[in-house]
Ligand binder design. Sequence first.
Ligand SMILES: [Zn+2]
Length: 74
Amino acid sequence: MGNYCQVCGKGTLNGNLVSHSNRKTHTTWAPNVQSVRVVVNGAVKRMNVCTACLRSGNVQRALPKTHEAVEAEA
Ligand SMILES: [Zn+2]
């Protein structure tokens, strides 16, 4: 499986596009997988996660500090 989601395991699907005249064209459907930095057990690591998992909050994103957060620490 080439690109797949490391959270839900969703990968590519294979099948046919079928026209009205019933001609079949083989095709592949791939999930929208993004490489993102996520927090796993307190550690930040890069994982391939599908956008459905990102949207549903299945992973905690490791986001860079905002300008305001840096100023609050100082
Ligand atoms: Zn997923």
